[in-house]
Write a protein that binds this ligand. Sequence first.
Ligand SMILES: CC(=O)SCCNC(=O)CCNC(=O)[C@H](O)C(C)(C)COP(=O)(O)OP(=O)(O)OC[C@H]1O[C@@H](n2cnc3c(N)ncnc32)[C@H](O)[C@@H]1OP(=O)(O)O
Ligand SMILES: CC(C)C(=O)C(=O)O
Length: 503
Amino acid sequence: MKNIKIFDTTLRDGEQSPGCSMNIYEKIEMAKQLERLGVDIIEAGFAIASKGDFKSVNAIAKNVSTPIVASLARALPKDIDCAWEAVKDAKRPRIHTFIATSPIHMKYKLKKTPEEVIEDAVNMVKYAKKYCEDIEFSAEDATRSNPLFLAEIFEKVIKAGATVINIPDTVGYTTPDEYYNFLTRIKENTPSIHKIDISVHCHNDLGLAVANSIAAMRAGATQIECTVNGIGERAGNAALEEIVMAINTRKDILKYGTGINTKEIMKTSRLLTNITGVEVQPNKAIVGENAFAHESGIHQHGVLEERSTYEIMTPESVGLNTNKMVLGKHSGRHAFIDRLKTLGYELSDNEVKEAFEEFKKLADKKKNVYDGDIEAIVSKRVTHIPNVYELHKFVTNSGNTITSTASVTLNFEDKNIGDISDGDGPIDAAFKAIEKIVNTKATLEDYNLHSVTEGKDAQGEAIVKLKKNENIFTGRGISTDVVEASIKAYINAVNKLVYEERN
Ligand SMILES: CC(=O)SCCNC(=O)CCNC(=O)[C@H](O)C(C)(C)COP(=O)(O)OP(=O)(O)OC[C@H]1O[C@@H](n2cnc3c(N)ncnc32)[C@H](O)[C@@H]1OP(=O)(O)O
Ligand SMILES: CC(C)C(=O)C(=O)O
């Protein structure tokens, strides 16, 4: 199995993402985590960019021991001097120098002829080689460059001392087949390239960065440049976690290995998110919130029977404790029963049927149904008090310039009985209207309302305590509407009182 070197550029190209700047302490923490993750090379920054960048690269060079530590440098002596000063304390330092090779970049940006670019590249590799054994040379915008021109420049910089040749897709322009053929053509025309590492560095402008990196690996690339969470200039770089897990998961067709400890992936992703404050999208492969979540009944049933039905890798393999069954309106009976068991409820078939119907009704109103919602549905069911009174409908009217009123209709022995009342707020008015209907002569001893679940669409649980002849009757009501929850709680307490008086 061929080993692929993982070159992490989260701290250099990743930091070029708007909003992803990190301070020196954050960069050191991130670099240490990258070391635990097992990356082969950390590109710690672009030393000449600022004093802060220089200090960060230097601090990382002093603080990590296993990975190679690289600094980027233009093909300019001052950049190379600065890069060397920053990385020279590393156990394994690397200078990474680059120059653009596409006609468009040479003409408009560098304002140099191809011959001048070759001369600068060769001279600067030789210059860097005086400092450092390990020199990476990148041909910026390689995929829009002439492959025969690249072959010429690569052959010359390898002879000048380059130990790694990087062929970047700087603007995320290529496609997997094209990149494969492009690299093959360069290899065929660069005799010395076979003795050194071939690297690729893909951007995600067309969403092809990972696919292109994998195609490049199949064409003979031995080093892949990537970033955690795929952050980077514009649409970002190839995502480290996606490349590594593609290699790990498709060993049947990708006969490669990496030194990455995949169990550190999630921790690394979250550390970066915490440092930058830039969240990954929920559906992001491998590290997104939903990457191991199942919501639909058919999938949940499959996963409960055998995880591999819908999971091509285990959450544990990337450092997540478990997958996630999200209960919502697409969920089915199997997942619901499984959650009831996890929560410790053993219900009869009929109770499960009723609870499931109620759960589906609730799921139509709420985006996610949480464990608290389910407990609320089920605990109501296990009290077994007959519902003598049931809520049929209610209307309340309130505001800070009017007296609150409520009109409530209850179902009692197959008849609807309604009444109205005013009160101090809609809940007080509703309670008074109910009392007019049920006429229990009980007093309201206590009332409490709280949220039982999370989120904007959380359910409110109301607790009502009615007192009659020194006996307290406690009622509970749950709803996404707090007035409805309160009315239901009042009626529940009334039903308990009536049950007690009748038995
Ligand atoms: C594809 C990539 O990701 S490349 C890395 C991109 N990252 C960054 O640019 C982040 C760090 N950059 C910086 O802090 C600054 O751009 C610096 C310090 C490097 C340079 O700043 P300035 O001197 O103000 O130049 P500025 O950024 O405006 O322009 C770039 C200059 O570098 C030249 N240049 C660009 N690439 C190279 C190269 N590989 N080799 C030599 N010169 C280069 C340009 O022609 C231009 O030269 P000019 O000033 O003579 O016209
Ligand atoms: C400097 C090189 C490697 C780069 O970042 C790019 O081409 O995108």
